[in-house]
Design a binder for this molecule. Structure first.
Ligand SMILES: [Zn+2]
Length: 100
């Protein structure tokens, strides 16, 4: 008796996954990926995108997501720099006060 516990040939499963990825059959639209990156998806759509990225490990969509996150970081950078400047100024002012 063999095969009862493992009905799917691992080699076949691997091939199906590879074809699936290469054909980009299930790739969500970049707009969906952007919504997902910003936490704007819920329910089935969020589950679908999460499955696609994490379980299917789609290299294209993961690359798109990385790109979107990098752009988000770039957009936030000036805000952080401004915050850092203000913190430095208030710290310097506080130090001057304690010395005076
Ligand atoms: Zn994809």
């Amino acid at each position: 008796m063999t095969g009862a516990e493992d009905p799917i040939d691992p080699q076949l499963a691997f091939t199906v996954a590879a074809v699936w990825r290469e054909a980009r059959i299930s790739c969500p639209h970049p707009d969906l990926l952007q919504s997902f990156a910003q936490g704007g998806l819920s329910g089935g759509a969020a589950e679908f995108v999460a499955f696609h990225l994490q379980d299917s490990r789609c290299p294209w969509c993961n690359a798109v997501l990385e790109d979107l996150r990098a752009r988000d970081d770039a957009a936030r950078a000036p805000v952080l720099a401004d915050l850092r400047d203000r913190l430095l100024r208030s710290t310097a002012a506080a130090l001057r006060r304690t010395r005076a």
